[in-house]
Design a protein around this ligand. Structure first.
Ligand code: F0G
Length: 448
């Protein structure tokens, strides 16, 4: 099968690799935190795939034809109908992004002491759960904690552990994250999802999907799980949605937009409570903090991400990059994630203990050596106690949709080769200053 992109490029954005001395100075000014770098000092930006993809001609065109009415905009109804068609959820609550959906949802659903169980809460989801005094418990499949394990479906929840958590009581909610970003961006298998739902139903625990990357989840299952071979992404996604009570989504990922999110669900009474909360801070219930044009771009992007050719290109590009890194001897988490590649930083820098933040040290070196911006997913992002013991120290190279070519990835592989040649000299980092919640975003660090 051809690897050629099923699109051509009609609008381009100039990027520049500034000098090594300029990169060093810029990073020092940023307190050694890539989140604080000015984007103009970055050559290849793999900090996130969130809101950084390239929109299509059809998305831009739809934005031009949007309805900016404060209430009852036609754009809202177009998005609602698209989400109904794809997910079957009747009620739509738009929000400006995923964490706004999480904030509204957790405010209404949870109380102090409630337990939320998950295959892997993302950092903002965990922060919103904890913000209302609830407790988040991640129980990923044990293979997800071993970066070298070849399991192709590491996004699963540990069903035995789920039985244990449910038996203890106090579980108010189950959030199943597809794909499981915190533990490698891997797919949750359909059968595992069905089993988890069955167990939650038996205990009357509602199940909501964190669907930020639901299309990639289906695309990877079609590529990797023999039981899903030959299915269409849309039909496979529908199997997940039909079992859940609702979903939250950061549309900045698999709706390929620069901003947007939503909650979608069946329960009209709960939806009404969520809307009441929404209006206080996000805006009226038919726009939720977004412009009409954002709603239209989402409606188009949701369908584009489910196109089999688009998904194949997307996932194939990440897999080829992953293979090039493996071939170059870079210790990467196996297998490739849907939205990126995760480096096994503890293996790349074995002389650095977890408290010296090896995943962060890799991110620093990638910037200094090649102008590449990435982010740590390890002890910096998840302080001790907030993840299962033995969770890996990772550096995530998140790949935006339709944005970089294979030549960009070759530059990254070459950068890694230079780092590998001097790996034992790479220093660790310590936190000088950091806020209590979501500390990685704003932390100031220094070399040890
Ligand atoms: N859920 C998942 C699985 C996510 O990956 C994210 C964001 C969110 C929820 C929150 O959505 O950013 O729109 O408020 N992940 C980004 C990332 C930030 O880089 O992985 P948001």
């Amino acid at each position: 099968m051809s690897h050629a992109e099923p699109f051509r490029i009609r609008s381009v954005e100039t990027i520049r690799l500034i000098s090594a001395a300029e990169r060093k100075a810029s990073l020092e000014r940023a307190g050694y935190n890539p989140f604080k770098l000015p984007a103009k000092d970055v050559f290849i930006d793999l900090l996130t795939d969130s809101g950084t993809g390239s929109m299509s001609d059809n998305q831009w065109a739809a934005m031009h034809c949007a309805d900016e009415s404060y209430a009852g905009s036609a754009s809202f109804f177009r998005l609602r109908d698209t989400i109904r068609e794809i997910t079957g959820f009747e009620e739509l609550i738009p929000t400006h992004q995923g964490r706004a959906a999480e904030r509204v949802f957790c405010d209404v659903m949870l109380q102090k002491g409630d337990v939320v169980v998950s295959n892997g809460l993302f950092d903002t989801t965990r922060a919103n759960v904890e913000r209302v005094g609830a407790i988040g418990i991640d129980i990923p499949t044990p293979t997800a904690l071993d970066p070298g394990h070849p399991d192709l479906l590491k996004g699963a929840i540990d069903l035995k552990a789920l039985d244990g958590v449910l038996a203890k009581g106090g579980v108010k909610l189950c959030i199943l994250t597809i794909t499981n970003n915190t533990f490698g961006g891997h797919p949750m298998p359909l059968e595992n999802f069905q089993e988890a739902v069955k167990r939650c139903r038996a205990k009357k625990v509602p199940v909501f999907i964190d669907g930020a990357r639901y299309a990639e989840n289906a695309g990877m299952l079609i590529r990797r799980d023999p039981s899903c071979k030959g299915r269409t992404p849309r039909d496979l996604c529908a199997e997940f949605f039909k079992l859940a009570d609702g979903m939250m989504m950061s549309a900045k990922k698999n709706a390929i937009v620069h901003i947007g999110g939503f909650i979608a669900l069946h329960d009209a009474v709960l939806a009404s409570k969520l809307r009441e909360n929404l209006i206080v801070t996000e805006g009226f219930e038919t726009y939720g903090g977004l412009a009409g044009r954002d709603l239209d771009a989402m409606a188009i992007g949701l369908k584009e991400a489910l196109d089999p050719a688009a998904l194949d290109q997307r996932l194939g590009q990440v897999e080829r990059f992953h293979k090039k890194l493996v071939d170059a001897g870079v210790p990467v988490m196996l297998p490739a994630g849907g939205h990126g590649v995760y480096i096994d930083a503890a293996k790349l820098l074995p002389h650095l203990p977890a408290e010296q933040l090896p995943g962060h040290a890799v991110a620093v070196e990638l910037y200094l050596e090649g102008g590449i911006r990435t982010c740590e997913i390890g002890t910096l992002m998840f302080p001790p106690g907030s993840r299962p013991e033995g969770s890996p120290e990772l550096t995530r190279l998140a790949i935006p949709w339709r944005t970089y070519t294979d030549n960009h990835f070759d530059h990254i592989v070459e950068t890694f080769q230079k780092i590998l040649a001097r790996r034992e000299k790479v220093r660790g980092y310590r936190i000088v200053e950091a806020p209590a919640a979501l500390r990685h975003f704003r932390a100031v660090l220094a070399p040890v």
